[in-house]
Design a protein around this ligand. Structure first.
Ligand code: AMP
Length: 299
Protein backbone atom coordinates (compact mmCIF):
# COMPACT_ATOMS: atom_id res chain seq x y z
CA UNK A 1 0.00 0.00 0.00
CA UNK A 2 1.32 3.41 -0.97
CA UNK A 3 1.01 6.05 1.75
CA UNK A 4 1.34 9.73 0.97
CA UNK A 5 0.57 13.01 2.70
CA UNK A 6 1.20 14.97 -0.51
CA UNK A 7 -1.84 16.05 -2.56
CA UNK A 8 0.21 16.04 -5.78
CA UNK A 9 1.38 12.47 -5.22
CA UNK A 10 -2.17 11.32 -4.37
CA UNK A 11 -3.51 12.88 -7.57
CA UNK A 12 -0.70 11.34 -9.66
CA UNK A 13 -1.22 7.83 -8.26
CA UNK A 14 -4.97 8.00 -9.00
CA UNK A 15 -4.22 9.30 -12.51
CA UNK A 16 -1.74 6.47 -13.10
CA UNK A 17 -4.24 3.84 -11.96
CA UNK A 18 -6.80 5.18 -14.46
CA UNK A 19 -4.09 5.22 -17.16
CA UNK A 20 -3.63 1.50 -16.44
CA UNK A 21 -7.34 1.06 -17.16
CA UNK A 22 -8.41 0.63 -13.52
CA UNK A 23 -11.52 2.12 -11.92
CA UNK A 24 -10.62 4.21 -8.90
CA UNK A 25 -12.75 3.56 -5.80
CA UNK A 26 -12.34 6.32 -3.24
CA UNK A 27 -13.33 6.25 0.45
CA UNK A 28 -12.91 9.64 2.17
CA UNK A 29 -12.73 9.41 5.99
CA UNK A 30 -11.52 11.32 9.01
CA UNK A 31 -9.63 8.27 10.29
CA UNK A 32 -10.04 6.44 13.62
CA UNK A 33 -11.33 3.67 11.40
CA UNK A 34 -13.99 1.27 12.66
CA UNK A 35 -16.25 -1.42 11.17
CA UNK A 36 -18.42 1.21 9.48
CA UNK A 37 -15.43 2.49 7.51
CA UNK A 38 -14.27 -1.09 6.89
CA UNK A 39 -17.61 -1.84 5.25
CA UNK A 40 -17.11 1.05 2.79
CA UNK A 41 -13.56 -0.12 2.08
CA UNK A 42 -14.73 -3.69 1.45
CA UNK A 43 -17.42 -2.44 -0.95
CA UNK A 44 -14.89 -0.33 -2.86
CA UNK A 45 -12.40 -3.23 -2.96
CA UNK A 46 -15.05 -5.52 -4.46
CA UNK A 47 -16.14 -2.98 -7.08
CA UNK A 48 -12.92 -1.32 -8.20
CA UNK A 49 -9.48 -2.21 -9.57
CA UNK A 50 -7.77 0.49 -7.52
CA UNK A 51 -8.76 1.55 -4.03
CA UNK A 52 -7.87 4.88 -2.47
CA UNK A 53 -8.59 5.95 1.10
CA UNK A 54 -8.15 9.39 2.64
CA UNK A 55 -7.57 9.98 6.34
CA UNK A 56 -8.03 13.69 6.96
CA UNK A 57 -9.51 15.31 10.06
CA UNK A 58 -11.09 18.26 8.29
CA UNK A 59 -10.93 21.30 10.57
CA UNK A 60 -13.50 23.22 8.48
CA UNK A 61 -16.38 21.00 9.59
CA UNK A 62 -15.92 21.33 13.36
CA UNK A 63 -17.88 24.00 15.17
CA UNK A 64 -15.48 24.17 18.10
CA UNK A 65 -11.72 23.87 18.53
CA UNK A 66 -12.35 21.64 21.57
CA UNK A 67 -14.37 19.19 19.44
CA UNK A 68 -11.63 19.19 16.76
CA UNK A 69 -8.94 18.55 19.37
CA UNK A 70 -10.96 15.79 21.03
CA UNK A 71 -11.49 13.98 17.70
CA UNK A 72 -9.75 10.57 17.94
CA UNK A 73 -6.63 10.00 15.85
CA UNK A 74 -5.09 6.57 15.26
CA UNK A 75 -2.97 6.81 12.12
CA UNK A 76 -0.83 3.68 12.53
CA UNK A 77 -3.78 1.45 13.44
CA UNK A 78 -5.74 2.93 10.50
CA UNK A 79 -2.92 2.15 8.06
CA UNK A 80 -2.67 -1.42 9.40
CA UNK A 81 -6.40 -1.93 8.93
CA UNK A 82 -6.27 -0.43 5.44
CA UNK A 83 -3.38 -2.71 4.46
CA UNK A 84 -5.31 -5.71 5.75
CA UNK A 85 -8.30 -4.75 3.61
CA UNK A 86 -6.22 -4.45 0.45
CA UNK A 87 -6.27 -0.66 0.04
CA UNK A 88 -3.84 0.46 -2.69
CA UNK A 89 -3.32 4.08 -1.71
CA UNK A 90 -3.75 5.92 1.60
CA UNK A 91 -3.76 9.72 1.56
CA UNK A 92 -2.87 11.23 4.95
CA UNK A 93 -2.58 15.00 4.49
CA UNK A 94 -2.42 17.40 7.41
CA UNK A 95 -4.12 20.77 7.44
CA UNK A 96 -1.14 22.59 5.93
CA UNK A 97 -0.94 20.11 3.03
CA UNK A 98 -4.64 20.58 2.19
CA UNK A 99 -4.74 24.32 2.91
CA UNK A 100 -1.22 25.69 2.40
CA UNK A 101 -2.54 29.27 2.21
CA UNK A 102 -4.66 28.94 5.33
CA UNK A 103 -8.40 28.26 5.47
CA UNK A 104 -9.96 28.36 1.99
CA UNK A 105 -11.69 31.60 1.06
CA UNK A 106 -13.67 30.03 -1.77
CA UNK A 107 -16.02 27.47 -0.26
CA UNK A 108 -18.92 25.25 -1.35
CA UNK A 109 -22.37 26.60 -0.46
CA UNK A 110 -24.49 23.59 0.54
CA UNK A 111 -27.73 25.41 -0.31
CA UNK A 112 -30.98 25.21 1.68
CA UNK A 113 -30.54 21.59 2.81
CA UNK A 114 -27.30 22.62 4.48
CA UNK A 115 -29.26 24.84 6.89
CA UNK A 116 -31.62 22.17 8.17
CA UNK A 117 -31.42 19.30 10.69
CA UNK A 118 -27.68 18.74 11.27
CA UNK A 119 -26.94 22.07 9.59
CA UNK A 120 -29.23 23.89 11.97
CA UNK A 121 -27.60 22.35 15.02
CA UNK A 122 -24.09 22.77 13.61
CA UNK A 123 -23.91 26.04 11.65
CA UNK A 124 -21.24 25.97 8.93
CA UNK A 125 -20.77 22.20 9.27
CA UNK A 126 -21.87 21.21 5.78
CA UNK A 127 -20.04 24.09 4.11
CA UNK A 128 -16.93 22.69 5.79
CA UNK A 129 -17.73 19.11 4.78
CA UNK A 130 -18.49 19.92 1.14
CA UNK A 131 -15.49 22.24 0.74
CA UNK A 132 -13.15 19.47 1.91
CA UNK A 133 -14.95 16.68 0.01
CA UNK A 134 -14.87 18.78 -3.19
CA UNK A 135 -11.10 19.22 -2.87
CA UNK A 136 -10.58 15.51 -2.13
CA UNK A 137 -12.76 14.46 -5.09
CA UNK A 138 -10.91 16.92 -7.32
CA UNK A 139 -7.59 15.35 -6.30
CA UNK A 140 -8.91 11.78 -6.74
CA UNK A 141 -10.32 12.58 -10.21
CA UNK A 142 -12.99 10.48 -11.96
CA UNK A 143 -13.94 7.77 -9.49
CA UNK A 144 -16.58 5.88 -7.58
CA UNK A 145 -16.81 7.50 -4.15
CA UNK A 146 -18.26 5.57 -1.19
CA UNK A 147 -20.26 7.29 1.56
CA UNK A 148 -22.22 5.88 4.52
CA UNK A 149 -25.98 6.19 4.99
CA UNK A 150 -25.12 6.69 8.67
CA UNK A 151 -24.56 10.34 7.69
CA UNK A 152 -27.60 10.48 5.41
CA UNK A 153 -27.80 14.27 5.12
CA UNK A 154 -24.10 14.45 4.26
CA UNK A 155 -24.62 11.73 1.64
CA UNK A 156 -27.57 13.65 0.14
CA UNK A 157 -25.55 16.87 0.01
CA UNK A 158 -22.53 15.18 -1.58
CA UNK A 159 -24.83 13.66 -4.23
CA UNK A 160 -26.34 17.11 -4.84
CA UNK A 161 -22.90 18.71 -5.11
CA UNK A 162 -21.64 16.08 -7.56
CA UNK A 163 -24.73 16.63 -9.73
CA UNK A 164 -24.87 20.42 -9.50
CA UNK A 165 -21.14 20.95 -10.04
CA UNK A 166 -20.88 18.27 -12.77
CA UNK A 167 -18.17 16.31 -10.97
CA UNK A 168 -17.03 13.11 -12.75
CA UNK A 169 -17.86 11.02 -9.70
CA UNK A 170 -20.35 8.21 -9.04
CA UNK A 171 -21.51 8.36 -5.43
CA UNK A 172 -22.14 4.91 -3.92
CA UNK A 173 -24.29 4.82 -0.76
CA UNK A 174 -23.40 2.14 1.80
CA UNK A 175 -25.67 0.83 4.55
CA UNK A 176 -25.15 1.76 8.19
CA UNK A 177 -23.13 -0.76 10.17
CA UNK A 178 -24.49 -1.30 13.68
CA UNK A 179 -23.51 -2.87 16.97
CA UNK A 180 -25.51 -6.01 17.85
CA UNK A 181 -27.88 -3.86 19.96
CA UNK A 182 -28.57 -1.56 17.02
CA UNK A 183 -26.36 1.40 17.93
CA UNK A 184 -24.85 2.84 14.73
CA UNK A 185 -21.08 2.51 14.92
CA UNK A 186 -19.36 5.89 15.27
CA UNK A 187 -16.03 7.12 16.56
CA UNK A 188 -18.07 9.30 18.91
CA UNK A 189 -19.42 6.20 20.70
CA UNK A 190 -16.07 5.97 22.51
CA UNK A 191 -17.02 9.15 24.39
CA UNK A 192 -20.03 7.47 26.02
CA UNK A 193 -19.82 6.38 29.67
CA UNK A 194 -20.92 2.77 30.28
CA UNK A 195 -24.37 4.01 31.39
CA UNK A 196 -24.71 6.27 28.33
CA UNK A 197 -23.54 3.41 26.09
CA UNK A 198 -26.31 1.30 27.60
CA UNK A 199 -28.87 3.99 26.79
CA UNK A 200 -27.62 4.99 23.32
CA UNK A 201 -29.47 2.25 21.34
CA UNK A 202 -32.67 4.21 22.12
CA UNK A 203 -32.04 6.16 18.89
CA UNK A 204 -32.24 3.04 16.74
CA UNK A 205 -35.13 1.67 18.81
CA UNK A 206 -37.14 4.86 18.20
CA UNK A 207 -36.41 4.66 14.46
CA UNK A 208 -37.24 0.95 14.34
CA UNK A 209 -40.55 1.58 16.13
CA UNK A 210 -41.40 4.21 13.51
CA UNK A 211 -40.57 1.72 10.73
CA UNK A 212 -42.73 -0.95 12.40
CA UNK A 213 -45.65 1.44 12.81
CA UNK A 214 -45.29 2.60 9.20
CA UNK A 215 -45.32 -1.03 8.06
CA UNK A 216 -48.52 -1.56 10.08
CA UNK A 217 -50.08 1.32 8.16
CA UNK A 218 -49.48 4.41 10.31
CA UNK A 219 -48.92 7.08 7.67
CA UNK A 220 -49.16 10.26 9.77
CA UNK A 221 -45.67 11.65 10.12
CA UNK A 222 -46.75 13.79 13.09
CA UNK A 223 -47.47 10.57 14.98
CA UNK A 224 -44.09 9.07 14.05
CA UNK A 225 -42.24 12.23 15.04
CA UNK A 226 -44.05 12.44 18.38
CA UNK A 227 -43.40 8.74 19.14
CA UNK A 228 -39.71 9.03 18.34
CA UNK A 229 -39.36 12.24 20.40
CA UNK A 230 -41.23 10.67 23.34
CA UNK A 231 -39.19 7.49 23.22
CA UNK A 232 -35.85 9.31 23.19
CA UNK A 233 -37.05 12.06 25.57
CA UNK A 234 -38.10 9.40 28.10
CA UNK A 235 -34.46 8.37 28.52
CA UNK A 236 -32.98 10.41 31.35
CA UNK A 237 -29.47 10.34 29.82
CA UNK A 238 -30.50 11.51 26.33
CA UNK A 239 -31.28 15.08 25.31
CA UNK A 240 -33.25 15.07 22.07
CA UNK A 241 -32.10 17.48 19.37
CA UNK A 242 -34.53 16.54 16.60
CA UNK A 243 -36.79 13.79 15.30
CA UNK A 244 -37.75 14.33 11.66
CA UNK A 245 -39.14 12.55 8.62
CA UNK A 246 -38.16 13.76 5.15
CA UNK A 247 -38.78 12.74 1.57
CA UNK A 248 -35.80 10.58 0.58
CA UNK A 249 -35.30 12.41 -2.71
CA UNK A 250 -36.15 16.05 -2.01
CA UNK A 251 -35.34 16.07 1.71
CA UNK A 252 -38.44 18.22 2.27
CA UNK A 253 -40.42 17.51 5.44
CA UNK A 254 -43.42 15.30 4.69
CA UNK A 255 -46.80 15.08 6.44
CA UNK A 256 -47.65 11.52 5.46
CA UNK A 257 -45.67 8.42 4.53
CA UNK A 258 -46.94 7.91 0.99
CA UNK A 259 -45.72 5.71 -1.82
CA UNK A 260 -42.54 7.78 -1.98
CA UNK A 261 -39.62 6.68 0.21
CA UNK A 262 -39.30 8.69 3.42
CA UNK A 263 -36.38 8.74 5.84
CA UNK A 264 -36.70 9.16 9.60
CA UNK A 265 -33.80 10.96 11.30
CA UNK A 266 -32.94 11.54 14.94
CA UNK A 267 -30.20 13.33 16.86
CA UNK A 268 -29.59 13.40 20.59
CA UNK A 269 -26.83 14.35 23.01
CA UNK A 270 -25.53 12.17 25.79
CA UNK A 271 -23.58 14.79 27.72
CA UNK A 272 -20.51 15.46 25.55
CA UNK A 273 -21.39 12.97 22.81
CA UNK A 274 -23.87 13.96 20.12
CA UNK A 275 -25.21 10.95 18.21
CA UNK A 276 -27.25 10.80 15.00
CA UNK A 277 -29.04 7.96 13.26
CA UNK A 278 -31.63 7.42 10.53
CA UNK A 279 -33.71 4.74 8.86
CA UNK A 280 -35.72 4.51 5.65
CA UNK A 281 -39.41 4.00 6.45
CA UNK A 282 -41.44 1.47 4.48
CA UNK A 283 -43.55 3.28 1.87
CA UNK A 284 -47.33 2.90 1.98
CA UNK A 285 -48.25 -0.53 0.68
CA UNK A 286 -44.70 -1.84 0.91
CA UNK A 287 -44.19 -4.76 3.25
CA UNK A 288 -40.57 -4.25 4.23
CA UNK A 289 -38.00 -1.54 4.80
CA UNK A 290 -36.21 -0.68 1.59
CA UNK A 291 -32.64 0.40 1.30
CA UNK A 292 -30.96 2.68 -1.16
CA UNK A 293 -27.61 1.02 -0.54
CA UNK A 294 -26.74 -2.51 0.35
CA UNK A 295 -28.39 -4.62 3.06
CA UNK A 296 -28.62 -3.07 6.52
CA UNK A 297 -25.36 -4.25 7.98
CA UNK A 298 -25.33 -5.93 11.32
CA UNK A 299 -21.88 -7.31 10.83
P1 AMP B 1 -16.07 9.85 9.02
O1 AMP B 1 -14.69 9.31 9.19
O2 AMP B 1 -16.89 9.83 10.27
O3 AMP B 1 -16.08 11.17 8.30
O4 AMP B 1 -16.83 8.84 8.06
C1 AMP B 1 -16.31 8.49 6.81
C2 AMP B 1 -17.35 7.74 6.03
O5 AMP B 1 -17.72 6.56 6.75
C3 AMP B 1 -18.63 8.56 5.84
O6 AMP B 1 -19.12 8.34 4.52
C4 AMP B 1 -19.56 7.97 6.87
O7 AMP B 1 -20.93 8.09 6.54
C5 AMP B 1 -19.13 6.51 6.86
N1 AMP B 1 -19.52 5.85 8.12
C6 AMP B 1 -19.25 6.24 9.38
N2 AMP B 1 -19.83 5.40 10.27
C7 AMP B 1 -20.49 4.47 9.55
C8 AMP B 1 -21.29 3.34 9.87
N3 AMP B 1 -21.55 2.98 11.15
N4 AMP B 1 -21.83 2.60 8.87
C9 AMP B 1 -21.59 2.95 7.57
N5 AMP B 1 -20.84 4.00 7.20
C10 AMP B 1 -20.29 4.75 8.17
Amino acid sequence: MEVTAEPRVFRKSCDEARARGLTVGFVPTMGALHRGHAHLLERARKDCGFEALSLFVNPLQFDSQADLKAYPRALEADLDLARGLGVDLAFTPDESAMYPDGPPRVTVDPGPLGERLEGRSRPGHFRGVLTAVAALLELAGPCRAYFGEKDAQQLALVRRMVLDLAMPVTVIPCATVREPDGLAISSRNARLSPRQRGAAPVLFEALSDAATEARRGERRVGVHRAHMARRIGADSLARLDYAAVVDEETWEDVDVVSDRPARALVAASFDGARLIDNLLLPSAGVGSVQNTGDAQGGS
